[in-house]
Write a protein that binds this ligand. Sequence first.
Ligand code: HEC
Ligand code: HEC
Ligand code: HEC
Length: 444
Amino acid sequence: MAQRVGIVVGSIVAVGLLVLAWAAIRPGPLAFAGKGVALSDYSGQPTGVPADFQDTERLARGQYLTQAADCQACHTTEGGKPFAGGRPFDTQFGTMYSPNITPDQETGIGSWSDAEFLKAVHEGVGKGGLKLYPAFPYASYTYLTDDDVLAIKAYLFSLTPEKNVPPANALKFPFNQRWLMTFWAAMYNPNTRFKPVADHTPTWNRGAYLAEALGHCGECHTPRTPLQSLDNRRKFAGGMAEGWRAYNLSSDKESGIGTWSQDDLVSYLKTGHSMDRGSAFGPMAEAVHLSFAKLTPSDVSAIAEYVRSVPPVDTPDLPAPKSEPAPADPAQGVAMDQNTKGREFFAGVCSGCHGWTGANSLVSHSTLTGTRAVNDPTATNVALAVLRGSSALPPSGDIATMPAFGAAYSDADIAAVSNYVTARFGAKGSAITADDVRKLRETN
Ligand code: HEC
Ligand code: HEC
Ligand code: HEC
């Protein structure tokens, strides 16, 4: 009897230890691809600027890398001076503000040494040992080479110093205790540099460096654990970014981008649009505008090659997008007596640009059929697109952009039209409420 109890207790302890080990071991972003080798043992050139980047000046190199890492997006407020900080980030733990990273001596980082800057970007430890929150994506930037980080510093230090003191963070206890970040970083920041995977092509490795170390796609597109570390066991299965859903980027054919061609992805990253796949809004539009659109063709192509190699992971609530257009007759498709408010709003405000079929719409690039947003049963990004419009997209010739309707219409109107759009053009439809829209309106 005692022996049996011993076996049972022993097995429970063993299972407990296994579970703990499983939780403690965090696969890195390239774990899916096999073992990496030291950069010095690798013959290709995945780091630095690409071969088709002509300017050999150090500052031009630094600027290219700063853009590829998109430091500007987070360190600039709407309408504010680039890199002068103050952009709010709403998290479940409270609101935090990005610091000023212009070279101002008092309010920026003008007095920082190279070693201090490296420690911040690789380890999340600021000047004087200040423990930084992972809203600063140092767990991705840690993969950057010292050389590239210092080229970024050289570029930042060539900018005009701006005096600006951003508001103090308003975080709830215990998250306002910075010292706790020591434990977070110890557990979740690998603090290792990029290791190429020799079994893959040089282009793939360049793409991996761009996507993981510089462009930090996973910071938005990989789900997080309750302690906010990236869950690379479900790599690229989708995450949240400032209230928006950053959809599944894995090669899953239903909920990911497994049916996208290389050209679809290149076009989306380079211009924010892909004819059959839709357009980037919100933080993705901003990343395209400030970062991906500025990369050389070889770099955009490398990112696409790498991203397309990520194994499929399913996001349970996302169905395969519906590919057939809706009927041209407004009376067909969604029954006339269903969501009359949404249909009337769509007829009056949206159909002029989008038409009733959703495909080959009247305004170039505004196809709704087949896009992820209208096939998302939460309608989060549809409601946000209607609230805010697409102003963050880079201007592209004669293409009309989507206006913001948030100021002119109520939460109830926007909920109604969002539910109409997902029902008419999507696979499942949605039931977003006025209260959900109100919350989205307030998110930073
Ligand atoms: C996703 C948003 C985001 C991106 C992208 C980002 N940062 Fe930050 N950064 C932050 C936030 C938020 C903080 C403040 C963290 C804190 O208060 O603990 C921060 C802090 C810093 C600090 C510490 C400054 C200080 O005064 O303590 C430095 C230096 C810094 N970032 C540099 C960079 C550089 C260089 C890049 C590009 C390679 C970059 N950041 C990209 C959000 C970002
Ligand atoms: C700051 C957060 C953020 C970063 C960084 C980011 N994305 Fe996104 N991405 C988003 C959001 C949010 C969306 C949804 C946009 C929408 O619905 O219009 C999105 C959408 C996409 C889509 C369209 C997916 C679909 O099914 O329609 C692709 C493809 C994509 N991102 C690729 C990338 C790649 C590749 C990188 C890195 C090189 C990257 N993103 C980095 C936030 C981000
Ligand atoms: C002035 C023309 C115009 C009007 C009016 C307009 N849109 Fe758009 N819409 C666009 C364009 C153009 C795009 C593609 C993104 C861009 O380039 O701005 C777009 C994109 C979208 C998307 C994102 C699709 C994707 O790729 O993820 C949704 C959803 C959407 N519109 C819904 C609406 C709704 C609902 C209304 C009415 C409240 C509306 N639009 C009114 C022009 C318009």
